[in-house]
Design a protein around this ligand. Structure first.
Ligand code: 5AD
Length: 347
């Protein structure tokens, strides 16, 4: 099966299901090895670095899994000013970052006027950098304005490609169809697009994961964010178990083999769940890490799940440590913009 996947970059749904259900260690190791090779063929043994700026934890949504959901009154809410964000970029640029990821909740104050002004100012001051946005669902017109202002990449996880499952993770106001339309709009506008999912979210089955893989194969996103679900103590899902890291690693490998040119982050959630999660992710086919560039005093307030890493080796200040850790497994850290090979649209 791995041979076919390697050659054709596809498998039937039944075969994908068999891969997900098999935990024979020699099979899993072969799958990770094939994914690593496919990644090295495309990108070399390189890990791309993005500076993550979590600039607001205010959110109008009430997703049952998420620590910064609207109903969580225990969150100390913050929104960084334009100057604060620009300061993060200045610090990050000096450290070598050439991509900034502006991530936040669906904060009503992030109007097109505010965001376009912020994006165009970052674009003006750091014209050698790529700007990635991750600020949720917006209208097509809004996405177009932000693109015209200089944002070229957008991350919006689909969370699950099965509508009934989506409805068990989100209140009625959120709909999978709408989320997928947003991703389609973003793609058509010309963004490099990232979708993604949590592994082991409550009620998830392997059949759901097969549908996720099929959706990813069809959408052909430039990036896919995959991390384990980790419960947050102030959410309705507080008592559900964390997602499996082995299953997360297996999915990384399958996505790498289905869409070889994709950019795959070894996510913060994987790094939180496993001490050596970043390295294990890279050894399963991931090739991006997103160290935190947010100001230190707000970091712990962006608490999507319990014990989320925000200090130590994972932070931007510790870039050198990260370099050493990846050198230890034979990988180099790249400071270039690291555009996806799936796009010609790399301006
Ligand atoms: N565990 C893991 N990932 C989470 N996210 C939100 N809450 C959790 C959680 N409890 C992920 C979602 C979202 C991204 C920003 O963080 O997939 O899209």
């Amino acid at each position: 099966m791995i041979g076919i996947l390697r050659l054709t970059h596809d498998l039937s749904d039944a075969e994908l299901l068999a891969c997900l259900e098999c935990d024979d260690s020699s099979f899993v190791e072969e799958l990770h090895a094939a994914a690593r090779e496919a990644c090295a063929q495309q990108y070399g043994k390189v890990v791309f670095i993005r500076g993550l700026i979590e600039f607001t934890n205010i959110c109008k949504n009430d997703c049952y899994y998420c620590g910064i959901r609207r109903s969580n009154s225990k969150v100390d809410r913050y929104r960084l000013s334009k100057e604060d964000v620009l300061d993060c970029c200045t610090r990050g640029h000096a450290m070598g970052f050439r991509t900034f990821v502006l991530q936040g909740g669906e904060d009503g104050q992030l109007t097109d006027a505010f965001m376009c002004d912020l994006v165009s100012e970052i674009h003006r001051r750091f014209d050698d950098c790529a700007i990635t946005l991750s600020i949720g669902e917006r209208s097509r017109e809004s996405y177009q304005r932000l693109y015209d202002a200089g944002a070229q990449r957008y991350l919006l996880r689909h969370e699950t490609a099965t509508a009934e499952h989506y409805a068990r993770l989100h209140p009625k106001a959120l709909m999978l169809k709408h989320r997928m339309n947003c991703l389609q709009d973003l793609k058509e506008i010309g963004y490099q697009v990232g979708c993604g999912l949590m592994v082991g979210s409550p009620f998830q089955t392997c059949e759901h994961l097969v549908r996720d893989l099929r959706y990813i194969k069809e959408l052909q996103p430039h990036m896919v964010g995959i991390g384990p679900f980790i419960p947050h103590h102030d959410t309705p899902f507080r008592d559900y178990p964390a997602g499996s890291t082995d299953m997360t690693l297996k999915l990384l490998s399958l996505v790498r083999l289905l869409v070889p040119g994709v950019l795959l982050p070894a996510t913060t959630a994987l790094g939180t769940a496993l001490g050596d999660g970043r390295e294990r992710g890279v050894l399963a086919g991931a090739n991006v890490v997103m160290p935190n560039l947010s100001p230190l005093n707000v970091r712990e307030k962006y608490s999507l799940y319990d014990n989320k890493l925000c200090t130590g080796d994972e932070t931007a200040e510790q870039l050198e440590k990260l370099r050493e850790r990846f050198a230890g497994i034979g990988y180099q850290v790249a400071v270039s913009r690291g555009d996806s090979l799936l796009t010609k649209n790399s301006n």
